[in-house]
Design a binder for this molecule. Sequence first.
Ligand SMILES: [Fe+2]
Length: 186
Amino acid sequence: MTPLDRFLKLCCTEIERRAQLAQTERVALLGGAAAFRRALDVAAPGPQAARCVLTTVPVATQLQHLLPTSIGQAAVAAAGEIPWIPSPRVDDGGANVALGIVNDARVLGPLTCGLILVAPGAAYPEHAHPPQEIYLPISGRGSWRYGGSGEYRSLHDDSLVYNHPRDLHGTIAGDEPLLALYILWA
Ligand SMILES: [Fe+2]
């Protein structure tokens, strides 16, 4: 098991734990957790499993400033196994926002999985898409528009973000870099 496999399994266990605690959208969150678990159980190395382009994305330096939690440190350990790119939603060359494309490192069947990394004070722009989505916040206090709400809210420590199909959603990082894992499934 590589650091990336360990990190993804930690994320899955954390999504399962938080889904069990959820007061709203619990059925959908448990469904997403189960889809993630199924995908990880059969995951194979992806087309760019050994390729590391971390240093070509400026905001990747923010990974050094993640909170020293076990899952945050597991993310840092795994970061070199994931291809990182500037976000196509932000025209900044990766100065403030980057995506870690987990699907390029692991074949996960129909599941889409990745990381968003947002510099302090920067925004990951509002967007919408047909698949439903879970975000697992890993490090950094941000505010989130999600779940069909028009407001930005901060989250409790054990929260997950759930977006129904086509919900408009986005996030703004606070004083610390924000790292979150996303999964999209049908
Ligand atoms: Fe999204």
